[in-house]
Design a binder for this molecule. Structure first.
Ligand SMILES: Nc1ncnc2c1ncn2[C@@H]1O[C@H](COP(=O)(O)OP(=O)(O)OP(=O)(O)O)[C@@H](O)[C@H]1O
Ligand SMILES: O=C(O)C1=C[C@@H](O)[C@@H](O)[C@H](O)C1
Ligand SMILES: [Mg+2]
Length: 173
């Protein structure tokens, strides 16, 4: 069984993926890191050199590759992964996957992302906190349609990474 964590940028997919993997003694795989290793470039550099369409094509190919070759992994997706190239259908149709949407409020996402937007190419150019909030509000609204198709939905607001991990364990097992 693989566990897939999905949700908006900054919801905690990578950090919760690492914590959950150590608690469950499973391996973790971060799709963004996997893409960077395979392409030998940072995500920001892939966007800059080849554009988002190329990135989405590769993201779809690597997601399929990972699901075909890995088992007993916590797989943290990129923020946009479920929203492109039929990826959410691939996830839902895979009987070896439990998917979890880490749901985080607009306020909390903006608090987390404002401090570390440089490494996220879709928001790196937004300078004011108000502009970031407007962007995330609209973007999250568009993406929620896909995120809400996950099998489980877990809220991360006002919870530590450890508390979220515990809730995932209690809900899934
Ligand atoms: N439950 C939480 N409470 C407080 N801070 C958190 C929580 N979860 C994550 N964070 C912090 O929020 C930031 C973003 O987390 P993380 O990088 O894991 O998100 P992500 O979903 O992987 O983002 P991306 O889609 O951009 O890869 C990190 O600084 C992390 O420590
Ligand atoms: O939300 C998104 O579309 C993205 C999130 C990141 O995890 C990366 O996958 C990339 O920066 C795109
Ligand atoms: Mg991440």
């Amino acid at each position: 069984m693989n566990i897939i964590l999905l949700g908006y940028m900054g919801c905690g997919k990578s950090s919760i993926g690492r914590d959950l993997a150590s608690k469950l003694e499973m391996q973790c795989l971060d799709l963004d890191d996997f893409i960077e290793d395979q392409e030998k470039k940072s995500i920001a550099q892939i966007f800059a050199d080849k554009g988002e369409i190329y990135f989405r094509k590769k993201e779809n190919e690597y997601l399929k590759q990972v699901l075909e070759t890995k088992n007993n992994h916590i797989i943290s997706l990129g923020g946009g992964t479920p929203c492109f190239a039929g990826n959410i259908e691939i996830i839902k149709e895979n009987t070896n996957v439990k998917s979890v949407y880490l749901k985080t409020s607009l306020e909390e996402l903006v608090d987390r992302l404002y401090q570390e937007k440089e490494k996220r190419p879709l928001i790196a150019h937004i300078s004011s906190r108000d502009d970031l909030k407007d962007f995330v509000r609209k973007h999250l609204f568009e993406r929620s349609f896909y995120y809400n198709q996950a099998e489980y939905i877990i809220s991360t607001d006002d919870r530590t990474i450890g508390e979220v991990t515990n809730e995932i364990q209690n809900t899934l097992f």
